[in-house]
Design a protein around this ligand. Structure first.
Ligand SMILES: Cc1cc2nc3c(=O)[nH]c(=O)nc-3n(C[C@H](O)[C@H](O)[C@H](O)COP(=O)(O)OP(=O)(O)OC[C@H]3O[C@@H](n4cnc5c(N)ncnc54)[C@H](O)[C@@H]3O)c2cc1C
Length: 438
């Protein structure tokens, strides 16, 4: 049993408060045999599973994850810059299995919320008392004419890490010096707001050090972006003449609306056409398909209750990580991990028969600009109201500025590496990330 003080510790000193829905009676959990099923064994899902199983081994915890090995998107841009090996991004589920978590390598194909069961591709039915959906993202392929899953084998997105990451790197390696690399960036919201600009730095670093006559042209659907000042300073300082950034403005709409994979050409809304030797299309995104088919979405994303990430649409289901729309929290691994901690505590609260914790969420996103030069953005978040809507209100926000010293940036870099180690330990029960070079 977990008491109030222990819950506080679990959430890093968070105070406790009353009034949150309970979907299963505490005695049912206390007797053991309660079933928690988690769809998606990534940054969010792995965290929920590990905490619940560690704190309450009597709970039957199952992860349904379609891939046998997880390749982290976070830090995957470092691979393009030569700062990380591909192998160092890959993590097995052995650590979670060792805790007694049932990791099922299968695809969840449907949720029967009435019967409280998850159906899978191989025909298994998994009953649950509580269900957590953390399936990440899927792509709105139809938002860009000519783009599709098949086209992504020619113009990779590399926005789900794995074979796509390797494909983009192999294309960069095969390109001749003097080639044009094109990157297309969607409008908000999407997975990892600063991710495209970190990737721009890492690709440009590769070009600068291996193919200095080459260029990276960015077509961006937005007029502004995350950590813009510090990123633009880095584009100028490290990658002048390589990165050509085209932000949408009053005159030009640089949203890419059409691609031709045969001709390796992209076309923007205002009619600019350009051919590239390598084309990295980051398409607009939606919540992972399973969350949408479960009825949890409104439009592309899944609204949640800010106090505990319970679905605002379907009882007995939590939606966390990128699939959730959690205004004003961005979509990041850090936030998915933070949602996961609160959800685990909310589920465990029923077991303890205690009041659920007051949730406190946090985000920090580090971006690597060049060797040992990282910037960061972040905030704490608490549930609150804005314009009559329940949202997550940022508190103590911070963002890296232009002109910071090399020492500050080196410290950021070290923090980012330490965070990678910590989140892999948290989500995969694997403490080897810091030392594993792959
Ligand atoms: C290039 C890039 C760089 C990034 N850098 C950072 C960074 O520096 N810091 C940061 O905090 N975040 C970063 N992110 C964002 C981060 O990767 C995501 O926000 C995070 O992974 C979201 O966690 P999640 O649990 O929602 O989804 P994921 O971690 O993607 O996990 C979802 C899992 O669900 C599985 N799944 C989906 N559907 C099903 C199904 N039907 N059945 C079974 N399994 C299913 C998937 O296989 C996947 O393993 C970056 C992203 C990108 C693309």
């Amino acid at each position: 049993m977990i008491d109030r003080r222990e819950f506080g510790q679990l959430l890093g000193g968070t105070a406790l408060a009353a009034a949150s829905p309970r979907w299963i009676a505490a005695p049912a959990l206390a007797k053991g045999g309660a079933k928690v099923v988690i769809v998606g064994g990534g940054a969010g899902g792995g965290t929920v599973a590990r905490i619940i199983k560690t704190e309450a081994p009597q709970i039957d915890v199952t992860i349904v994850e379609q891939r046998p090995i997880y390749t982290s998107c976070f830090n995957s841009n470092h691979f393009f810059g030569g700062f990380r090996s591909f192998a160092s991004l890959q993590h097995s589920y052995d650590g979670l299995k060792k805790l007694g978590i049932n990791v099922v390598t299968d695809t969840a194909t449907g949720i029967d919320a009435g019967k409280k069961a998850v159906n899978t591709a191989v025909g298994t039915t998994l009953p649950y008392d509580r269900l957590v959906l953390s399936p990440g993202i899927d792509f709105k392929y139809d938002a860009i004419e000519g783009y599709s899953a098949a086209a992504s084998e020619i113009m990779p997105h590399a926005w789900k890490a794995g074979p796509q990451t390797l494909l983009l790197m192999r294309q960069l390696e095969a390109m001749e010096d003097g080639g044009v690399v094109i990157m297309t960036v969607p409008g908000n919201p999407y997975r990892c707001p600063p991710g495209p600009y970190e990737r721009a730095c890492m690709i440009a670093h590769y070009l600068k050090t291996h193919k200095p006559k080459s260029k990276l042209v960015i077509f961006d659907a937005k007029p502004t972006f995350s950590k813009q000042g510090a990123f633009e300073e880095a584009f100028e300082r490290y990658y002048a003449g390589i990165i050509d950034l085209n932000l949408t403005n009053e005159i030009d709409d640089f949203r890419v609306v059409r691609v031709d994979p045969k001709a390796m050409q992209v076309e923007t809304a205002s009619g600019t056409k350009l051919k590239g030797a390598v084309v990295n299309v980051i398409p607009p995104q939606t919540a992972g398909a399973i969350a949408i088919s479960a009825g949890c979405a409104e439009g592309a994303w899944c609204p949640i209750k800010p106090e505990n990430f319970a679905s605002a649409k379907v009882d007995g289901v939590y939606v966390i990580g990128d699939a959730a729309i959690a205004v004003e929290m961005p979509k990041s691994a850090y936030t998915a991990n933070s949602h996961g901690k609160v959800v685990a505590a909310d589920i465990l609260a029923a077991l303890a028969g205690s009041d659920p914790a007051i949730p406190r969420y946090r985000n920090t996103c580090w971006s690597l600009l060049a060797a040992e030069d990282s910037i960061k953005i972040g905030a704490d978040y608490t549930p609150g109201e804005h314009d009559g809507k329940q949202i997550l209100v940022p508190d103590h926000p911070f963002v890296s500025q232009k002109g910071e010293t090399a020492e500050v940036r080196r410290k950021n870099y070290a923090e980012g590496l330490a965070w990678y180690h910590a989140i892999i330990a948290d989500a995969f029960n694997d403490n080897t990330a810091l030392t594993h070079k792959g």
